[in-house]
Design a protein around this ligand. Structure first.
Ligand code: GLU
Length: 479
């Protein structure tokens, strides 16, 4: 037995910011660990030093943490199976490669890139799938030593025997592969670094990973990995391959469809709770059909065997809707904390915390993204910018009549008392309806347009209450 406990991992390569698809894989692994009382490991797969960067690694850490997908073991928190960064494990892989050579499962290959390119071209010309020629399989020790003496550093290839390989995928069910199609593949490059397929197996084995849950883009790697496990005499973990996330046009989700990195979604004002909830629904469905659920509720309902093997469509529209639902329901203090960084274009210090929370409270209703608040709260922080339709409304005699009286009336308003402001505005509407036949909404438009520059916005009484007497009088007096 590898481990009595479930041990899962998320193994991103820091060659880009954390992709929303990787966040979903991380979430499913996290949920599975949570549900089973298992452990969830973060491993950074940075063997490709040219494509990996410290900035991307930091982005992966920050994004996973922002989503609340905190790991039990990993590069920063440590654990008993570290190091958790492959670049710090380079001394481990050659030992296992040598072991495979000694047992006859692998061999040194001296072919140059040019030799291999030629083999590829020949296969292409014959229109047959490429497989390594095995030119170096039967080199004698003398031949190998002679090549080494010439300064040629070999790579190491895994010797693939022909057989039918069958495994049970947790998501896709029984899968069969004909290994005769694979060809002997490299496990160590001539520069002494391991290939992905080799490093991942050695690490998952040493880290005692019991379940490998990942995207189905890795399914073609799985037979190679199983062959390596078998050759190492290690227990094969259970695999589960998730369907892919596709764009609404069913192509691969890419930047031209919208944000794809978790950090870009966050920058646009998506809430991490909504993002997590949304990605959980890509490939998994709650038993009660209620889609708005927090992570704990999802974890309680989650069953690994119910993950969908088909592809899911990333509907930005649905995510927007879900984000709006979270904005409407979120605790106001937390929402204000999240909203304030988006409002740094304004001098928010002119209001008390209490008033800032009130501003967010009265403007959040129609908001889809936190960045929408920049427009929706503008008139609280700056003088109104009069929009065309408001200018038209303010030109009318009706508006002038309303504002003439309103300007006098406000002197009597108790601005700090929201209820009083509410009642006084109701009186104003009633007065103009009775005496002038103005519709209540026409009366309110005049007031709203003058104070905010817009025909629509937050509750008018709340706006007056927040702005305060002095500011309201100043706006009414401005021409
Ligand atoms: N480093 C691989 C990736 O980012 C992870 C592969 C795996 O989960 O086995 O795609």
């Amino acid at each position: 037995m590898i481990s009595d406990k479930v041990r899962v991992r998320i193994a991103p390569s820091p060659s880009g910011n954390l992709h929303i698809g990787t966040a979903r894989t991380a979430l499913f692994n996290y949920l599975f660990a949570k549900k089973t009382g298992g452990e969830y490991v973060l491993r950074i797969e940075d063997t490709d030093l040219d494509r990996s960067s410290e900035a991307y690694k930091q982005n992966i850490f920050d994004s996973l943490k922002a989503l609340g997908l905190n790991w039990d073991e990993g590069p920063d928190v440590g654990g008993q199976y570290g190091p958790y960064k492959q670049s710090e494990r380079f001394d481990i892989y050659p030992k296992f490669a040598q072991m495979l050579i000694d047992k006859g499962y692998a061999y040194e290959c001296f072919c140059s890139n040019e030799d291999l390119d030629k083999e590829h071209e020949e296969a292409n010309a014959k229109k047959i799938p490429y497989k390594y020629s095995r030119k170096c399989l039967n080199l004698t020790k003398e031949e190998r030593d002679a090549l080494k003496a010439k300064g040629i550093v070999p790579s190491i290839r895994f010797k693939v025997d022909s057989k039918e390989l069958v495994f049970h995928d947790l998501v896709k069910g029984e899968l069969k592969f004909d290994t005769s199609l694979i060809g002997d593949f490299a496990i160590m490059k001539s520069n002494g670094t391991p290939t992905y397929n080799f490093a991942v197996v050695v690490d998952d084995m040493l880290m005692k990973i019991t379940h490998v849950i990942r995207g189905e883009d890795h399914i073609s790697n799985t037979p190679k990995q199983i062959l390596i496990y078998e050759a190492l005499g290690a227990e094969v973990p259970q695999f589960g391959h998730l369907g892919m996330i596709l764009a609404p046009d069913r192509s691969k989700l890419s930047k031209r469809h919208g944000a794809t990195a978790v950090s870009d979604f966050i920058k646009q004002g998506y809430l991490t709770d909504a993002l997590l909830n949304f990605v959980a629904m890509l490939g998994w469905a709650p038993s009660d059909g209620v889609e708005i659920k927090n992570v704990d509720e999802i974890a309680a309902d989650f069953r690994i065997g119910e993950l969908s093997s088909s592809n899911s469509i990333f509907e930005y529209e649905k995510l927007n809707w879900m984000n709006g639902q979270y904005i409407k329901k979120m605790d106001i203090s937390r929402l204000t904390d999240l909203a304030l960084p988006f409002l740094d274009c304004y001098d928010t210090s002119k209001y008390s915390r209490e008033k800032l929370e009130h501003i967010i409270e009265v403007t959040r209703e129609p908001i889809t993204l936190l960045k929408d608040l920049v427009y929706d709260t503008q008139y609280f922080f700056e003088k109104p910018v009069y929009e065309e339709d408001s200018k038209e409304i303010l030109k009318s005699d009706l508006s002038k009549t309303v504002l003439e009286k309103f300007k006098k009336d406000v002197l009597e308003y108790d601005f700090d008392n929201l209820e009083d402001v509410h009642n006084k505005l109701a009186d104003l509407r009633a007065y103009f309806k009775e005496n002038h036949g103005f519709k209540p909404k026409e009366t309110m438009w005049a007031v709203r347009c003058k104070i905010t520059g817009r025909t629509r916005g937050a509750d008018m009484a709340a706006i007056l209450n927040i702005l305060g007497k002095e500011e309201v009088i100043e706006r009414l007096s401005a021409v």
